[in-house]
Design a protein around this ligand. Sequence first.
Ligand SMILES: N[C@@H](CCC(=O)N[C@@H](CS)C(=O)NCC(=O)O)C(=O)O
Length: 254
Amino acid sequence: MGPEGWYFSGEGGSLTEDPLHGFKKLKELYLKADPDYTGRYTVPVLWDKKADVLVNNESLEIIRMLYLEFDEFLPAHLREENRPGKGLYPPQLRAEIDVMNEWVYNTVNNGVYKVGFSKSQKAYDENIYPLFASLDRLEEHLSHRKPFLFGDSITEADIRLYTTLARFDVAYHSVFQCNLKSIRHDYPRLHAWLRRLYWDQDQEGPLRAAFYRTTEPNISRYALGYADSRWKIVLESQGPLVVPAGPLVLMEPL
Ligand SMILES: N[C@@H](CCC(=O)N[C@@H](CS)C(=O)NCC(=O)O)C(=O)O
């Protein structure tokens, strides 16, 4: 991120510029879509190339759009309804997935931010215990539902939890002070689940190495990214930015 937010740096797999307009900054895309926009310039962004407009910037909505809204355009064997377990948001599991999404979002996905961006001891104390209570609950959940959160096939619930757990030991534990426990030392089932997703490198298999391909190129930068955000938000850019070095091993072997 630069002073004006995300930009196309050409580093770490990023393009050097926006391939549609040649823009250098994400901000320019937001303003192209709406010149009066005054909010934050956040990622992710879903852009409609034909209408040349920003469609959505909420990750939870975008992931559903990507696997539900375009299904009819795919060859039959790739459609959600024909995938193992009937896809990422199968009709028979929707109610259960929605219930889990709700508490996992509030206490885990968003919970780490509530802890890491807390501006008082009180706010920190109020959020750290619910975060770890939910990790305990997920660890327990995996004792009877496995290998994935809802059985044999991966669902949206796995994807949403993965994004937080892949960052947990390498960033949230140290930078966001989410340090009652770590995934690798205290949660054997969650740790096994995380490594199973991360280390899958089968390009043809059901996961198509998606987790490894999207995590590994950036995992060594997570601590810096979150330290920088916390420095800006909590420390209001005052004093030095110091990034913790550990853990030595970013993701333990399978
Ligand atoms: N509701 C959004 C939040 C997105 C968000 O906060 N993204 C962060 C990075 S994880 C960002 O782009 N921050 C840039 C900024 O706030 O300037 C979502 O989850 O999709």
